[in-house]
Design a protein around this ligand. Sequence first.
Ligand SMILES: *[C@@H]1O[C@H](CO)[C@@H](O)[C@H](O)[C@H]1NC(C)=O
Ligand SMILES: *[C@@H]1O[C@H](CO)[C@@H](O)[C@H](O)[C@H]1NC(C)=O
Ligand SMILES: *[C@@H]1O[C@H](CO)[C@@H](O)[C@H](O)[C@H]1NC(C)=O
Ligand SMILES: *[C@@H]1O[C@H](CO)[C@@H](O)[C@H](O)[C@H]1NC(C)=O
Ligand SMILES: *[C@@H]1O[C@H](CO)[C@@H](O)[C@H](O)[C@H]1NC(C)=O
Ligand SMILES: *[C@@H]1O[C@H](CO)[C@@H](O)[C@H](O)[C@H]1NC(C)=O
Ligand SMILES: *[C@@H]1O[C@H](CO)[C@@H](O)[C@H](O)[C@H]1NC(C)=O
Ligand SMILES: [Cu+2]
Length: 604
Amino acid sequence: MLTVLWALLVFFHGVASAKVTYHEYNITWVTRNPDGLHERPVMGINGQWPIPALRVTKGERVVVTVHNHLGNMTTSLHWHGLYQNGTAHMDGPPGVTQCEIPPGDSFIYDFKVDQPGTYWFHSHTRGQYPDGLRAPLIVDDPDNPFKDDFDEEIVLSFSDWYHDSMIPLLSSFISVTNPTGAEPVPNSALINDSQNVTVAVQAGKTYMIRMVNMAAFAGMYVWFQSCSMRVVEVDGIYTKPTEASMLYLTAGQRYSVLLTIDSDAATNIPFVASMDEELFDAIPDDLRSNVTGWLVLDSTREHPKPSDVDDFEPLDDLSIQPLDSLDLFDKVDRTVRLDIKMDNLGDGANYAFFNDNTYVEPTVPTLYTVMSSGQASSNSLVYGSHTNSFVLNGNETVEIILNNDDDGKHPFHLHGHAFQVIERSAEDAGFYQAGSAASQPAVPMRRDTILVNPNGYAVLRFRSDNPGVWLFHCHIEWHVTTGLIATFIEAPLELQKTTTIPPSHYNLCARNKPAVPTSGNAAGNVDDLLNLQGEPAPPAPLPDGFTTKGIIALIVSIINGLAMVAIIAWYGMLQSPAGEAGEREDEGPQGENQPLLAASDNAP
Ligand SMILES: *[C@@H]1O[C@H](CO)[C@@H](O)[C@H](O)[C@H]1NC(C)=O
Ligand SMILES: *[C@@H]1O[C@H](CO)[C@@H](O)[C@H](O)[C@H]1NC(C)=O
Ligand SMILES: *[C@@H]1O[C@H](CO)[C@@H](O)[C@H](O)[C@H]1NC(C)=O
Ligand SMILES: *[C@@H]1O[C@H](CO)[C@@H](O)[C@H](O)[C@H]1NC(C)=O
Ligand SMILES: *[C@@H]1O[C@H](CO)[C@@H](O)[C@H](O)[C@H]1NC(C)=O
Ligand SMILES: *[C@@H]1O[C@H](CO)[C@@H](O)[C@H](O)[C@H]1NC(C)=O
Ligand SMILES: *[C@@H]1O[C@H](CO)[C@@H](O)[C@H](O)[C@H]1NC(C)=O
Ligand SMILES: [Cu+2]
């Protein structure tokens, strides 16, 4: 009895003493021109863009009230890298842990942050964050083990930037006219949503530089000219200090480094973020892959141009060890194998697949299916045929084997956890062969976002010690929109016991247009949880015998056909009474027919 009372006392004391900070986020359109080349609408918060970093202190409870004032789009926020232990319903992805926040509506995110480090938050509404709704999230740590090793802190975000908005880009990306699935190529690279950023520094001082890649697509090489960095944090995990002259950050990844300015330094130091062009199917002539900033010792002196580097040789993140030396999880309880593939569906567009299945958001958000399906919540069938759902027991060691049957690099991110990286193959290694690893690291690197090489594999492990519904997905937003997503349903029966979803979350679903049901299986069927009739599904497969090559051939012939029609029309015009055929022919396609003729130039 006494111990129960004591436990209650400790519990309430804990709740009462957690500091709470409140934020109000009005999400609106603002107009910005971050690369100085093109003004466009972007999504800001409280009229600000760049959106200021959200800063909290470890142990604090954060309450963010989001008002969607966009007027014409739904929205949501995800807190990338936060475990949301006990608050899985605050994680953010619509269709998974909540409903969309409709225009004019509000939603309150309320969670405790018990992990230190560098994170970010962003919209998890389909294709939305590259329009600007993203910012760093810094968790200050009063017990930072490196706090005596630096004088000041600097936060830098990196990103790619598109002059066009996501909705038109998506409609040309997921289209029969783009059968190879070539992703739109960004226009510019940005630092802090800007360019030519300057940071005042002093000779002899050491800085802790927190870096976040908030890009839609591009991985970034980052270096500070002639400086050495010591990595001390990777995705929120403190690490043994590890020297690096260059880092590679995929979309979604973060690093903290210590950087000491030489005591006799006098010239300003350029630093560069360079987009990884290997990701791009084409390199437009006007692509601005590099963006430069300066550590400024003396603002009256010049800002030198960075020297070219010959080779990109970033630190291999697998060579980093966590400071806590957490041992390898060596006994695997459960293996989940995910084979990645890109292919066409019956609409002719290109999609992304895990195990031949492309993700489609279910009718009922997966967490709400957990809460409403009783014992059946342990049966992965209730979560639908197109959600790549895996039910995990609590407190297991889960191994994810990722086989990349695609010739692109993909950065994979797991919600709700950091994972150990047991192995990552080089490019073209093929699929993982069990037991092939020469040796497993005794103390593996841990992080929440990992690059997988083209036609290679990666092996990850984590403990299922955080009941919730957690997405595992590629962090290239283009591939999110074409379905490269899996869902882990972790300890659903435990989740039912320990979680209460605030009624306001369910009410939000009722205010969606159309209203979103909040109970039943993925199809919204409450009575027969194994009947998935009517569940959302991807386009039908290609008819037998059709291949990507076939589609490309078809498109080429259609475009050629259109071009022929255009040429005929053009000749028709040339022969019109006013035309002087001979002369106009030599001018080439300069007239009204140019757009149609130009189409033939675009044919692959
Ligand atoms: C940054 O500086 C470069 C070189 O002077 C310039 O071309 C570019 O427009 C600048 N960017 C912005 C956003 O002002
Ligand atoms: C958000 O907008 C409302 C009006 O719609 C306003 O009253 C409030 O002050 C705004 N909050 C912030 C933080 O700007
Ligand atoms: C970069 O942006 C972050 C917030 O996103 C801000 O805290 C930081 O001061 C900015 N750094 C510079 C050099 O402007
Ligand atoms: C929503 O409004 C913004 C800003 O005016 C505009 O750029 C965008 O095209 C609109 N989107 C839709 C889907 O109407
Ligand atoms: C960007 O920087 C890299 C490394 O210095 C260099 O090789 C490349 O030519 C630069 N790209 C452009 C477009 O200037
Ligand atoms: C996992 O272990 C924790 C701590 O030991 C315990 O509280 C929890 O109930 C366990 N979860 C399951 C699903 O067994
Ligand atoms: C979540 O909380 C449980 C219980 O306190 C703990 O055992 C577990 O390690 C936590 N998981 C994460 C991912 O922080
Ligand atoms: Cu991808």
